[in-house]
Structure formats: structure tokens, C-alpha cells
Design a protein around this ligand. Structure first.
Ligand code: GA4
Length: 361
């Protein structure tokens, strides 16, 4: 008989680590408490019964697959990526690369219509699919942000006394006509082992340390990702307010709850994976955490993901919500405009911490 050592038992337990699942069909006040807990402890959660119609997702996914299936030279016609368009391998402007090709799109319908002429042979169909998808995920993002505000005691929807707003201080920013939100469609082509031996394109190296004392340590995942998989999108945190991500059934997303520790997120096309961005961490004065994450490629299958990044207008000033600043919890960050923050994000490498530049003390 093989007797499990305490360490083995510990490892078996952490195999079950999963992101919190938020059911949007459940009772509102209960949901808002669970969302606050998830954003404070994980910075990530999955949403079920999200209300985004299946056909809206399917249409967007089909258009995306259609684009990535085109020959390379045709896809290049939709580039360069700055400010919006097609990009391959290069990420940002400071030399970061990953095994990914992508479309970066504004969420402004006029801009999408313009861009779609070089993306699709049926630009109207493409821009309608993108427009429909953006509208649906923006509504979902706003609903989640309103629930967060409620859970934090910042906003009561039935409160008619205060400036008659029907949305929270968070969702107002991404509902603003000048919002700077983005849609990013990522395609991570499969990379097989023979490719690995000859390609050295990813500059962001695996920095995994010995995590044997961590509750998240999982040697099997650890070894697997080091030996067989390449970095699709290197370690980073999202600069914006909130990210709403939908992927196909191919995994690869990993989150880093502590330095050097990586926890794989199981792929689930029926859910949206939601994460807190840097701006929300600053506005909540550190109550919510913008957690670092990365994407590894799969050796055999294509991963495709669609990420909506809800962002404020460029001129918006980001500061901690006064109710969340107390003597015991003084302000963590200097106020900044989204434009200043974005500039600093693009001046740094992907993996560098931008929020630290604005930290008080
Ligand atoms: C990460 C989140 C979004 O994908 C993104 C990325 C952006 C880019 O790819 O151009 C950034 C990256 C992201 C963070 C730091 C800067 C900006 C690349 C980079 C080095 C579109 C975003 O807004 O920030």
C-alpha cells in the first residue's frame, strides 16, 4: 500500500484550485458580496448566466477565425497595429514579443467600420459582428462594475437623492462617450516541440522560482509549461478598469497570485473570465487587486481569445474613491489621468509594474 506523505496530500488539494464562479442569475446582494470577495482575493473570477447571447459570441468568433485563417500577406494589409489593426508577435513598442497574432480594435463604431475594410471581404458583416459583441460585453462590464460598487457600499441603485445617476462611479467611466476601451482578438497558433528547438522568439523568459512552500505549487503544471509550451503573451497586468475575456476551449491562461507562482485557468467557452485592471486597483485604493497573468501556447491546438478592456476617457482623473480612504488605509497612489497612465504603460516593458510609478511612499 502506498501511503501519501503530507506533501502529496497538499499537492492533491491544490489541483482543485479554481477561480470563483459568479452566477449572475443569483440574488443581487449575494452576488455583489461574492464579486467583492473575488476581486479582493483573486482579482479574477468567471461569470456564468452572463446574459450575452450565444449568437452574438458565435458571430464574433466566426469572423475572427475567418480573419486568422487568411494568408499572412492578406492579414498584414490590416496592419500596422498602431493605434489599431493587425499585429503579429510584437507586443507594445519596447521589444516585447510573444507567439501570438492579434487584432487590436477601438470600440468606436466609426473607427471599426473604417478598419474593417482591410480586415474583411465583407466589412459590413465584420463591423456588425464586432459592434454587437462590444455592446453586449460592455453591458456585462457595467453590470459587474455596478455590483462591485454596491458590494463596496459605494452606490445604491434605488438612491434617487444623489445626482440621479443610474450607474456607478466605475461604470460611468466606460459608458462615457469618450471612453478609451479596446477589443483585442488573440490567436495563439499551436507550437510543436520540433519548432521549439529552433525558435527563440519569446524574450520574456520563464522566471519561475522554487515555489515548494506555496499553496499553489503544482509540479506537474510547472514542468509541463516549462518543457513543452512557449510564451504566447508574457506576464503583465491589464492597465484598464476591467477585462472581460472569452476564449475557445483551448487553455493557456495562467494567473500569478504570488511572485513566481503560476496557476492555470481552465478554459470554458460558456463563461467569461473577468479580471480587475490597474485603474480599478487604484480607484479602490488597493481593495481590489490587478493580478499578473500570462498566456502559454498549446503544442497541438489553436487558442483564440477575445478580450474587452473597459477603459476611462483619456482626460479622466483616476483617484481613490474617498469612502475607501481612511486613516488606517491612507491613499496608496497619486491621482493620475488615464492619458498619463497609458503613456507610462507604453513607455515600459510588458512585465514592468506601472502602478508602482504612481505609488505614494
Ligand atoms: C496589456 C493589455 C492589453 O492587451 C493592451 C496591451 C498593450 C499592447 O499590447 O499594445 C500593452 C500591454 C497591454 C501593457 C503595457 C504596454 C501596453 C503592451 C505594452 C508593453 C492592449 C493594453 O492596453 O495594455
Amino acid at each position: 500500500m502506498v501511503v501519501a506523505t503530507p506533501t502529496q496530500i497538499h499537492i492533491e488539494k491544490i489541483r482543485e484550485v479554481e477561480l470563483p464562479i459568479i452566477d449572475l442569475s443569483a440574488e443581487r446582494s449575494e452576488v455583489s458580496k461574492l464579486i467583492v470577495k473575488a476581486c479582493s482575493e483573486f482579482g479574477f473570477f468567471k461569470v456564468i448566466n452572463h446574459g450575452v447571447p450565444e449568437d452574438v459570441i458565435t458571430r464574433m468568433e466566426e469572423e475572427s477565425y475567418g480573419f486568422f485563417a487568411k494568408p499572412g500577406c492578406e492579414k498584414q494589409r490590416a496592419g500596422p497595429v498602431n493605434p489599431y489593426g493587425y499585429g503579429s508577435k510584437n507586443i507594445g513598442f519596447n521589444g516585447d514579443v510573444g507567439e501570438v497574432e492579434y487584432l487590436l480594435l477601438s470600440t468606436n463604431f466609426v473607427s471599426i467600420s473604417q478598419r474593417s475594410k482591410t480586415i474583411s471581404n465583407d466589412p459590413l458583416k465584420f463591423s456588425c459582428a464586432v459592434g454587437g459583441y462590444i455592446e453586449a460585453v460592455r453591458d456585462l462590464a457595467c453590470e459587474l462594475l455596478d455590483l462591485m460598487a454596491k458590494g463596496l457600499g459605494l452606490w445604491v441603485s434605488s438612491d434617487t437623492s444623489s445626482s440621479s445617476s443610474s450607474s456607478s462611479v466605475f461604470s460611468q467611466l466606460i459608458r462615457d462617450v469618450d471612453n478609451d476601451s479596446l477589443l483585442r482578438i488573440n490567436h495563439y497558433p499551436p507550437l510543436i516541440l520540433t519548432n521549439l528547438k529552433h525558435t527563440t522568439t519569446a524574450t520574456t523568459l520563464d522566471k519561475e522560482e522554487d515555489t515548494s512552500s506555496s499553496p499553489f505549487h503544482h509540479p506537474h503544471h510547472h514542468d509541463h509549461h516549462n518543457n513543452n509550451n512557449r510564451i504566447g503573451f508574457g506576464e503583465h497586468s491589464d492597465p484598464q478598469i476591467l477585462t472581460i475575456l472569452r476564449s475557445n476551449d483551448v487553455g493557456g491562461l495562467q494567473i500569478s497570485p504570488e511572485n513566481g507562482v503560476w496557476v492555470p485557468v481552465s478554459p470554458d467557452p460558456a463563461t467569461f473570465c473577468v479580471n480587475v485592471g490597474d485603474v480599478l486597483q487604484a480607484m479602490t485604493n488597493g481593495r481590489f487587486v490587478s493580478v499578473r497573468h500570462r498566456v502559454m501556447t498549446n503544442p497541438y491546438k489553436s487558442r483564440m481569445s477575445m478580450a474587452y478592456f473597459g477603459a476611462p476617457p483619456l482626460h479622466a482623473t483616476i483617484a481613490a474613491i474617498p469612502e475607501l480612504v481612511t486613516q488606517c488605509r491612507p491613499s496608496l497612489y497619486w491621482p493620475f489621468t488615464w492619458s498619463e497612465y497609458k503613456k507610462s504603460a507604453y513607455s515600459l516593458r510588458l512585465g514592468e509594474s506601472r502602478l508602482n510609478l504612481f505609488r505614494i511612499l
